[in-house]
Design a protein around this ligand. Structure first.
Ligand SMILES: Cc1cc2nc3c(=O)[nH]c(=O)nc-3n(C[C@H](O)[C@H](O)[C@H](O)COP(=O)(O)OP(=O)(O)OC[C@H]3O[C@@H](n4cnc5c(N)ncnc54)[C@H](O)[C@@H]3O)c2cc1C
Length: 499
């Protein structure tokens, strides 16, 4: 950034803000259409960092190293509205790959039932577009089928539901060539496939600048409000024909809200009201974690899992969609780095000390995949389930009861007496899935191509555009969907700009 100066320069045909999964897809598809693409990434370039090849059962979430200079993730404290008192930790990846450089690598495409209600275009609906985007995303990300644990199988049997085997976006030559699982595990082959590295936009001619945080969008009025470029933290103003937002659900929403304030202040016209509402109706997948009693866990745990989650059990209770997650490792093992124990990132609302000290060797989660509670992202804060819907807690509670009963049955089948830490009760913790999405949802903030009506020069292609509302959402983890949707939106934009 030392060579950048505070004058306007035509930087590229398209500026992509954020080098996470959506940014990788956009930069690749735009560059291969012959466009001059500049991707700006706030975080440092950690692709050659020793932590980069950590196996997918370790989440490299630490926040401080050398004063925070090379941290692969940042932690955002979030109020947990539903639980009342808890402060959840929302983690986000920074650097090429974004959150996919630190995530659980679980590849779970959207539930087709949810896609049918997504806003349709005149030509094709989202079920068709999603299928095409997913096919392209899978051709690049190459998810590998992995075997689930004995615990997962036993739970599925006890619940009387089919176990959906897991797929992980991990680099495994053996797995990709033959489906063999022989070499998966703690070897570097079990490390995540970073979407930036996999999409390799630079090989199609795109440029990537790390340590370049976009502070705001450059707006102009004159009757037709448009985004003409971006302002960086160092004061540089970079101009482009099109700005593509891929900064993730939190930061994209904040950039949009800042744009709303500026449209208003400078009386530029345009969709200020629409943009000011970004982040006000987002979704997360709340989760309850149930501790597996130590004796049972000792029997069911496997030593060398390829990922933190290698299978899931879909569970419908009273018309609500839940997912049982037999985690393969305890979180204080999965969360590597200097802050382990002080911040068990995936167990929001759980006092970290007791969890770390309890010796709990395994946990089973149950997450709600069609949440009605709205989460909120504004300029200063992230508030999970800020507008709670009481039915969410009821559905989750029923899911946790089902897990408890299943664990008792499994223990009984193995001739074990069940004893939990709380006088026979199975201990539960409230958590979140790190799945925030829908801060600028399609059909509300954007049209079906990620355009904001009334504001030219801007596209939004990341997790923020996933639709929210009754019967909408994805019914699954967002990673595969973010890539599938970004494929479609970016290919459409590439055609428009290049054509
Ligand atoms: C710990 C963790 C585990 C997860 N596990 C799973 C899983 O197993 N399965 C699953 O389906 N999903 C999982 N997810 C969710 C999934 O990783 C995200 O949904 C996905 O990464 C979102 O992609 P994105 O491109 O929208 O944004 P992000 O991945 O957040 O990428 C955004 C990028 O933009 C950059 N950026 C932000 N602001 C600016 C700015 N102003 N200027 C320039 N750059 C900026 C960021 O540094 C980042 O690199 C997990 C997430 C986390 C955090």
């Amino acid at each position: 950034m030392g060579d950048s100066a505070a004058w306007d320069a035509i930087a590229a045909d398209a500026i992509v803000v954020g080098a996470g999964p959506a940014g990788a897809v956009a930069a690749r598809r735009l560059a291969e259409a012959g466009l001059d693409v500049l991707a700006l990434e706030a975080g440092p370039d950690l692709r050659a960092h020793p932590a980069a090849p950590l196996p997918a059962w370790r989440l490299p979430l630490w926040e401080e190293e050398n004063g925070g200079a090379v941290s692969p993730a940042r932690r955002i404290p979030a109020d947990d509205g539903a639980a009342g008192a808890g402060v959840a930790q929302v983690w986000r990846g920074r650097g090429p790959g974004g959150s996919a450089a630190i995530n659980g690598a679980a590849w779970t495409p959207a539930d087709p039932r949810a896609l049918e209600r997504w806003p349709g275009s005149e030509g094709e609906g989202w079920p068709e577009r999603y299928a095409r985007g997913l096919e392209r995303a899978e051709a690049t990300m190459r998810p590998v089928a992995v075997p689930a644990s004995t615990l997962a199988g036993a739970l599925a049997d006890a619940l009387g539901r089919p176990l959906e085997p897991g797929r992980l976006t991990i680099a495994s030559e053996a797995g990709q060539q033959s489906g063999s699982q022989a070499s998966l595990g703690t070897s570097p082959e079990g490390s995540r496939r970073n979407p930036w590295t996999a999409y390799a936009p630079e090989s199609a001619g795109a440029r990537l600048r790390c340590g370049a945080r976009v502070r705001s969008l450059l707006l102009s009025g004159g009757g037709r409000p448009r985004v003409g470029g971006v302002l960086l933290d160092d004061g540089s103003r970079l101009i482009a024909q099109s700005v593509v937002l891929a900064a993730g659900a939190i930061d994209t929403a904040r950039l949009l809200r800042a744009a709303a304030a500026e449209l208003e202040d400078r009386r530029l016209g345009g969709p200020a009201e629409l943009l000011a509402a970004a982040g006000t109706n987002a979704r997360e997948h709340p989760e309850i974690l149930v501790d597996v009693p130590a004796a049972l866990a000792a029997e069911l745990r496997r030593p060398d899992p390829p990922g933190i989650l290698c299978g899931r059990i879909p569970l419908d209770i009273a018309g609500r969609r839940l997912e049982v997650r037999p985690y393969e490792v305890p979180f204080d093992v999965a969360v590597a780095g200097p802050t382990v124990g002080a911040s068990s990132g995936l167990s929001a609302g759980v006092p970290a000390g007791p969890l770390a000290d309890s010796g709990v060797p395994l946990q089973v989660g149950v997450a709600l995949l069609d949440p009605r509670s709205a989460s909120v992202v504004d300029e200063r804060a992230v508030r999970l389930s800020d507008r709670p819907d009481a039915s969410d807690a009821v559905a989750l509670g029923a899911g946790a009861e089902a897990i408890g009963a299943a664990l008792v049955e499994i223990a009984g089948l193995r001739g074990m007496e069940r004893r939990g830490p709380g006088g026979g009760e199975l201990r539960r913790h409230r958590g979140y899935s790190q799945h925030l999405y829908g801060t600028a949802p399609m059909g509300i903030t954007t049209d079906v191509e990620g355009r904001v009506p009334g504001l030219e020069g801007l596209r939004i292609v990341d997790a923020s555009v996933i639709p929210t509302g009754p019967g909408l959402g994805i019914g699954a983890g967002p990673y595969a969907s973010v890539l599938a949707v970004a494929e479609e939106l970016s290919t459409q934009l590439a055609g428009e700009l290049a054509g």
